[in-house]
Structures are given as C-alpha cells and as structure tokens.
Design a protein around this ligand. Structure first.
Ligand code: G3P
Length: 193
C-alpha cells in the first residue's frame, strides 16, 4: 500500500496545471513562452493574473492533497515522504514529457498540510522579499532558506528538517538559470508590486 501511495503522490504531482490551463484555456504551450517554466509564475507572466492564480493554487493544492494521502488512506507512511514524490512529479511530470516546474508551489502545498503555521509565515516571507526585490525566483529561494531555518530553530522535527533542507536545495538547483540571470541582471522583475 505504501508503494501505491508513493506512485499516487508522484502522479498527483505530475498533473501539469500550467500546461492544461495554457492549452485548454488559451491554446498555447506555456513551455514555449516566457521562461518556459511550467509553473504559476510563468503562467502569470504569459497568460495573466486569472490563469496564474488558478495554476498557482492548483499546484499548491496538489502538494497538499498528496501529503494528506497517508491520512486519507490510513497508511503508516510519513506525509512528507509522499509530498516529496509529489514535488518530484511536479518537476519531472510523466504527463508532460518530464519537463515541469521549479518545485516551489507544490513544496509549499506539502508544508501547508504538514505545518500550516510554517506555510503562513513562508507566505509572509515570500511577499516581503518579493516586495523588496521584485524577483519571484529570489523570493522562492530565500523562502526555502527561511523554511529550513524555521525547521531547525523552532522545531525539533527531524523529518521536517531533512525534507525542508532537501526541498530547498532542490529549489535552488531548479533555479540555476534564474540565479545566472539575477547575477547578470537580466532576470525579469514583477511589475505589479
Ligand atoms: O516558482 C518558480 C519561480 O520561482 C520562477 O519562475 O518562470 O521566473 O523561472 P520563472
């Protein structure tokens, strides 16, 4: 049963909402526009606020749902483990040629289930950094750093510490191109804040 939940978590994470909304709602493949990323930020950038919000919320909630699977099916497996497979599915989706997003929203959704307080403070940190820097990518990465610090300073939850550290390293890895663009000052800034 645990293996089935791992697979289900991966499949849930693999649902490419940015691709679906782009193709069904607007007839375009979001991967051929903007940063090419299958995520909420690029959907905002290419298709506007309504589509961006739908994709961001859906990407968050699939992480939340995946992490809740052990409770829903009464299986003794750690929710963060299933959550990690959902994040893996989001970044390497079987339903979208393994070209997915950058692990941010779905990781947030996993933490929304596991520690709503951490998630809420992450949102505050994210928007504070976004307000100051105007870079979504930088805000995403530094929010991961904050979440890691939170897990080590304010909890003694070892699985949370391990998973948040791994997810943050993964988020940095997935933002390699953004880091280069930030350093050479070509990373796009948000205009609405
Ligand atoms: O969540 C992804 C975001 O941090 C960066 O997206 O499209 O600007 O590379 P993008």
């Amino acid at each position: 049963m645990s293996v089935l939940l791992v697979i289900l978590g991966y499949l849930l994470g693999s649902i490419p909402f940015a691709l679906i909304v782009g193709k069904v709602g607007y007839g375009i493949d979001i991967r051929e526009h903007g940063s090419g990323n299958l995520g909420g930020t690029n959907t905002f950038r290419v298709l506007g606020g309504k589509a961006g919000l739908i994709v961001t919320i859906a990407d968050i909630l699939k992480g939340t749902l995946a992490a809740s699977l052990p409770v829903l099916f009464s299986v003794d497996i750690h929710p963060l483990l299933i959550g990690m497979f959902a994040v893996f599915g989001h970044t390497y989706p079987v339903f979208a040629q393994f070209r997915g997003g950058k692990a941010v929203a779905t990781s947030g959704g996993v933490l929304l289930f596991y520690s709503p307080v951490l998630f809420m403070t992450m949102l505050a940190v994210f928007f504070l950094i976004l307000y100051i820097s105007k870079y979504v990518s930088l805000s995403s990465m530094l929010t991961g750093v904050y979440a890691t610090a939170y897990a080590f300073i304010w909890t003694d939850d070892v699985p949370l510490r391990i998973v948040v550290t791994l997810l943050t390293l993964f988020v940095f890895y997935r933002h390699r191109a953004n880091i280069k663009r930030i350093l050479n000052k070509t990373e796009p800034k948000v205009k609405w804040l």
